[in-house]
Design a protein around this ligand. Structure first.
Ligand code: WTA
Length: 672
């Protein structure tokens, strides 16, 4: 294993507008240990099929798309009516398994309670207050879901109706989602950290008939009054007939007679049995609004059938879950990561999972590591931002706990800088665990580019398209880029858990994802991300198309510059934006948050600039560096470059309620 790291500067050819700058060359490779490979789910499948080579296997699945997904659909889901057709593809509309019938909730719960798994723990629900722990078996979930589903029916909720859910990270959120799925209602979950207005906008857009919330929840030792916020949001939402309130904290709440009903009153006399309605595979399972990084939120629609297949299959293959694993996806159910990999996929696989309500720093930065020690977590999945936050706090927190139960790690949400990757492996993974860097989106529903337990890893690369995923990097003309080149991430084939539509906006669905390459390649999905492929064909995601800098005609991923800044020892976090420049088109401005106790000096600014210049080449050197206390981020950890840029350029920053730290925006200096 080569332990040395090297960055390579490249030369640019004039006029090659579309060429993405290939700046970062990471040469370390981490081979998977033989023991991991040989026991892995994917390896077992390969043995059965006679594959010995990973690349060959990945290719075969794409060349035999329908055969592959047809087999996976029968392996990972139980069908009420078996399908005969795997795929009906009329670009840009796909129907997966269209002539079958299936129920998501049946697959998550009903089928398990018929087996020995009925008393297996499904959720270890760790509340933020220390010692507030609740265990839910599959049977518990089954009964609670049935009672709530019957309760929803008693309120007149019917198949196809939308139900908005505004709940924190408690199992009742998962229960509410599965209760909707059980009767064919379409859930629309809104992250509990969003503002009243953000909730209201989404309820109104979806015309939900019921709102489900709770009195409040815990965050950093204090209670957040969620019910009052929900009321404010839906005050002018005429479609909402009823609001169901779960009692979590016991705090006082405002009450709307005739509309509000306590969760415990609603389910009190309901039967513990409720039929899981067999659905057409194209019936909608949920709407999820994207995080709002680009103006008005879009309601992404997901369909039941394909979604009963993609999430469990990808979870089983990538994170290799076994019956005795303890899975912890430390995201929030309010995002797609939680929908797919806290709620549906792990329950479908019959897994035991952690659900943690609170903040990673409560009561101190050791909380996550304590949870891992207390419950013997075996697989941990989190975001680069969370890793950098732990990095900033110092490895001494993790050192206090026994993390030896862990056997695999993962990340999602943004490109991970090699610095954080190595820290994660070394300090959380005992210097030996493989890290699954999964690239995907709300729209894809599941991982699409990701390593498998059998894949050699390069820190910072999401490696290769998953089996059954046709993913390519194309130039502006629609040609695949040569190895070493960069361009747009495109999915060339449909996949089961793909988005089906934008709620009430078919035109935007077409223009956002399909129009770009329609003339040459109808049916190619434009992901909106840039990536480059290295000489081994590994994908290096550089960030959103709209986040790519253009300095003197050369495109440079913001994340690459940020990564280089963060690799300077004194820098904890960085955000880079492009500032319009008469000569170069754009110059790079970096906002850097320093590690605790580091003094902000002009010399340090110079040193960081020089360091970035050395790491990435002069072209990527920020022309200015500004020190800030914190970098504005969304609740899911994405650096909000659009907002940072507006503030720095002295423009209106717009809505900031989607941020986890709106005060950080105020601290961004105006630099024009
Ligand atoms: C980014 C989250 C690099 C990407 C599941 C994508 C990533 C957007 C990665 C989707 C990764 C996600 N490496 N970038 N491993 N994973 N992204 O919809 O820009 O909240 O388009 O879904 O996050 O964000 P979303």
């Amino acid at each position: 294993m080569a332990e040395e790291k090297k960055y390579k500067a490249v030369t640019y050819e004039k006029g090659e507008e579309a060429k993405t700058a290939v700046l970062m060359e990471e040469t370390r490779v981490f081979e998977p240990p033989k023991e991991l490979v040989e026991q892995s789910n994917v390896w077992q499948w390969m043995q059965k099929k006679g594959f010995t080579d990973e690349r060959e296997m990945r290719k075969w699945t794409v060349d035999h798309l329908e055969e592959f997904w047809g087999e996976m659909a029968n392996e990972y889901a139980d069908w009420d009516v078996p399908f005969k057709t795997v795929l009906d593809w009329q670009p840009p509309y796909a129907k997966w398994f269209p002539d079958g019938k299936i129920s998501m909730t049946y697959n998550c719960l009903d089928r398990h309670v018929k087996t020995w798994r009925r008393n297996k723990v499904a959720y270890i629900a760790v509340g933020e207050p220390v010692d507030d722990v609740r265990l839910f078996t599959f049977w518990d979930l089954y009964r609670e879901v049935n009672k709530l589903a019957n309760g929803l029916k008693s309120l007149g909720v019917e198949k196809g109706d939308r139900v908005s859910i505004y709940l924190p990270m408690i199992p009742e959120l998962s229960i509410a989602m599965m209760a909707c799925a059980k009767i064919g209602a379409v859930h629309s979950v809104v992250f509990s950290g969003f503002s009243a207005k953000a909730y209201g906008d989404r309820v109104k857009d979806g015309e939900s008939v019921v709102s489900i919330t709770c009195d409040g929840f815990w965050r950093r030792g204090k209670t957040v009054p969620l019910k009052a916020q929900a009321d404010e949001g839906i005050a002018d939402a005429p479609s909402v007939r009823n609001q169901i309130i779960y009692r979590r904290t016991g705090q006082d709440i405002p009450w709307n007679e005739g509309k509000d009903i306590w969760w415990h009153d609603l389910i009190k006399d309901q039967s513990r049995e409720c039929e899981s309605l067999p659905m057409d595979p194209e019936d909608r399972l949920y709407i999820l609004y994207t995080s709002g990084t680009t103006g008005k939120p879009k309601g992404i629609e997901h369909a039941v059938g394909g979604y009963c297949v993609g999430p469990p299959q990808t979870l089983s293959w990538v994170f290799d879950l076994k019956e005795d694993d303890v899975w912890w996806c430390a995201a929030d159910v309010g995002w797609v990561t939680g929908h797919s990999y806290i709620v549906y996929a792990p329950l479908q696989l019959g897994m035991t999972g952690i659900m943690y309500e609170g903040s990673p720093d409560f009561p101190d930065m050791g909380r996550w590591w304590k949870i891992i020690e207390d419950y013997g977590v075996t697989v941990l999945y989190t975001s680069p931002t969370a890793i950098r936050m732990h990095m900033r706090a110092g490895e001494e927190w993790a050192e206090k706990y026994n993390l030896s139960s862990l056997r695999l790690l993962g990340t999602v949400g943004e490109p991970i800088n090699p610095e954080a990757w190595i820290w994660y492996r070394k300090n959380i993974g005992a210097d030996k665990l493989q890290i699954m860097d999964t690239w995907w989106q709300t729209e894809t529903g599941t991982f699409a580019i990701s390593p498998l337990p059998i894949t050699p890893l390069k820190p910072g690369s999401a490696t290769l398209p998953l089996p059954g995923f046709g993913v390519e990097v194309l130039d502006e003309k629609g040609e695949p880029v040569p190895l070493g080149g960069g361009g747009n991430i495109v999915q060339t084939k449909p996949w089961p858990a793909m988005l089906r539509a934008f709620w009430k906006d078919p035109e935007r669905y077409m223009s956002t994802y399909w129009e770009y390459y329609w003339d040459t390649h109808p049916g190619y999905y434009l992901a909106g991300d840039k990536a480059r492929k290295d000489k081994d064909g590994y994908f290096w995601v550089q960030g959103r198309i709209d986040d790519v800098l253009n300095v003197a005609g050369h495109r440079i991923g913001n994340s690459e510059v940020e990564s280089a800044c963060v690799s300077y020892p004194e820098v904890a976090e960085a955000a880079c934006i492009g500032k319009p420049d008469e000569v170069k088109g754009e110059v790079i401005i970096a906002f850097c948050a320093l590690k605790a106790g580091v003094e902000e000096t002009e010399d340090l600014k110079k040193a960081i600039r020089t360091h970035v210049g050395e790491d990435l080449g002069k072209i990527a050197m920020p022309s200015e560096i500004h020190f800030v206390a914190d970098v504005p981020k969304t609740r899911s950890g994405k650096i909000m470059r659009r907002i940072i840029k507006s503030k720095a350029m002295g423009k209106d920053v717009g809505e900031t309620s989607t941020l986890s730290n709106p005060e950080a925006v105020d601290a961004i200096p105006t630099i024009v």
